[in-house]
Design a protein around this ligand. Structure first.
Ligand SMILES: [Zn+2]
Length: 105
């Protein structure tokens, strides 16, 4: 393992947005605003460690679709949104996940 360059596979935790700690620099942790959809999905499923501030809220918006009359519900889109109150620009963060990444727990 090397500390150089972006190596998303080595990320083990999601840090608070705007975090600039040593681990965020080396790629061991990733601040929330730089997290990829895969990493957000891993956070929600518990495979990445959660280092977010207590009280941090993530909105998970799931759109289901009936593909045929009487058919079963199918997940159409999964969008995770974070109300970025820590940013001066007040820009919300959002990630579009696949149906397979829908948090189960
Ligand atoms: Zn950090």
């Amino acid at each position: 393992m090397t500390a150089y360059g972006p190596l998303p596979s080595t990320v083990i935790a999601i840090d608070p947005p705007g975090c600039g700690c040593t681990e965020c620099m080396t790629g061991e942790y990733v601040p929330l605003q730089r997290a990829t959809p895969d990493q957000v999905a891993a956070l929600l499923n518990g495979t990445l460690r959660n280092h977010l501030h207590s009280g941090t809220k993530l909105l998970v918006n799931v759109v289901y679709e009936f593909l045929s009359p009487g058919g079963s519900l199918t997940v159409q889109t999964v969008v995770v949104t974070f109300d970025n109150e820590y940013s001066d620009q007040d820009s919300d963060l959002s990630w579009e996940l696949t149906a397979a990444q829908l948090p189960t727990g």
